[in-house]
Design a protein around this ligand. Structure first.
Ligand code: HAM
Length: 425
């Protein structure tokens, strides 16, 4: 017999894990709407050139991590390693910049693919939820994007979130910084890894991403971006920080934060969080401001800012959260002859918006109640011969164990009231 496994770096997700994931994504989507974002769907695969151009020909993502393939007509395609470039391509293809009011505010959710070494919180297929605010260059847009990230993590119940923020300035500042890095690394580069050696000429900024331990020690002494920002870039960054101060947001300015994608300028940021178990999964969200990406993919020159959450990382950090209930109501028919009445009752509850399920077949009350508990139902509705005669049901609250007899005609109001009470607590 063949023994099929999920491909390395991928995973199967169902029940509690998948419910939690859906809850996270639902919350992010509704918060995005609160901030005025509209949904966008883009293809899972695009031309390789789109990402090579935007993420940076010399970034790890492009040189090592892309899932490229040649399609049956000989086109060079790849699975998207991120969404931002695809969203920009869609804005140009659909001419959204000309037909909709600016800024375009778009959110998305779906799979991204990177051929990375699998480890905790790092997969080869993973999900991102992201937002892009396209068409306005303002410290307020950058700050609003950071605030969105903060707000979302707060609503998701994350404490001990650390926001790392930095400015990589405008092009002029970065050119100056690149020269300083070149100068700093020139007499050290022979002892560094092959990637660093190649990057010295192509883009010394990417040396700062190197993960080789011995190289990290050298990199820690490198010049810092903050010392090379021109006045305009400094002023812009200060404005972003003062808006965050104004809104009472804590942050750490991290001069070594440059991000692994080439398209950024000015503000870059990441959110980190240590889980209850002490697990550090790296950044749970990353983003920043970018000025030339839309133009690079054939559109007008418009500044933008965005971020993306790693959904698996959020999900792993919430692994111990067992508050999730699969059902509001689990209805138990005490004898098979009453299946029809219980079926109608359950369907009526569903039509009234309750998540409801029922027993089928012969089951003892105790084993049916165990099923209800395993499904984390809030209430069990128990229907026996006596209840059918009286047009009532026994309603058992599965957390308090309190039981009451309720008239069938009043069950919807009763559950509404009780669930409302629970949510207030
Ligand atoms: P990124 O930092 O490459 O940014 O990815 C965003 C988030 O995706 C990361 O913070 C992390 O949580 C998650 N992530 C990345 N790689 C993996 C992986 N292999 N397995 C699991 N999770 C992962 C971007 O992708 C930018 N497009 C964000 C952005 C939007 N910038 C501006 N707009």
């Amino acid at each position: 017999m063949a023994n099929y496994q999920a491909p390395r770096g991928t995973y199967d997700c169902s029940y509690e894990d998948a419910f939690r994931m859906e809850e996270i994504v639902d919350l992010l989507k509704s918060l995005a709407r609160v901030y005025g974002y509209a949904p966008i769907y883009t293809p899972t695969f695009e031309s390789t050139a789109l990402f090579a151009r935007s993420a940076g020909e010399d970034s790890d993502i492009v040189t090592k991590e892309m899932y490229n393939f040649t399609d049956k007509s000989g086109r060079d395609m790849c699975l998207r390693p991120e969404f931002t470039a695809g969203v920009m391509r869609a804005i140009v293809t659909e001419k959204l910049y000309a037909t909709r009011d600016l800024p375009l505010k778009l959110y998305y959710f779906g799979s991204a693919f990177r051929y990375e070494r699998p480890q905790a919180g790092r997969y080869r297929e993973f999900r991102q939820f992201g937002i892009e605010n396209v068409g306005v260059s303002s410290p307020y847009s950058d700050a609003e994007t950071v605030l969105f990230g903060y707000h979302a993590l707060e609503l998701l119940g994350f404490s001990n979130v650390v926001l790392k923020i930095n400015s990589i300035g405008d092009k002029e500042s970065r050119d100056l910084y690149r020269s300083a890095l070149r100068e700093f690394f020139t007499d050290k580069i022979d002892g560094m890894c092959e990637d660093c050696r190649r990057r010295l000429e192509l883009n010394p900024l990417r040396i700062l991403d190197c993960k080789v331990k011995e190289d990290r020690a050298i990199i820690s002494g490198a010049p810092k971006m903050g010392d090379y920002l021109n006045e305009k870039s400094k002023k812009y960054f200060q404005s972003v920080l003062s808006i965050l101060d104004e809104e009472g947001i804590d942050y750490q300015v991290d001069p070594s934060l440059v991000r692994g994608l080439d398209y950024y300028s000015h503000t870059v940021f990441e959110f980190h969080c240590i889980g209850d178990s002490g697990a550090n999964l790296g950044a749970i969200c990353g983003g920043g401001h970018y000025d030339h990406l839309l133009e690079d993919v054939g559109g007008p020159e418009l500044s933008s800012v965005g971020l993306a959450f790693g959904i698996e990382r959020l999900n792993l950090l919430k692994e111990n959260d067992d508050r999730l209930s699969e059902l509001d109501v689990y209805a138990i028919s005490m004898n098979e002859e009453n299946t029809g009445e219980v079926f109608s009752l359950v369907q009526n509850l569903r039509l009234n918006g309750f998540r409801a399920e029922m027993t089928f077949g012969k089951k003892s009350l105790s084993s049916a109640l165990k099923v209800a508990l395993r499904k984390k139902a809030r209430f069990a509705l128990i229907v026996g011969e006596e209840e059918i005669q009286k047009d009532t049901v026994q309603v058992k609250n599965l957390s308090t164990h309190a039981q009451e007899e309720v008239n069938i005609g009043e069950i919807v109001d009763y559950l509404d009231r009780e669930i409302g009470k629970e949510q207030e607590e």
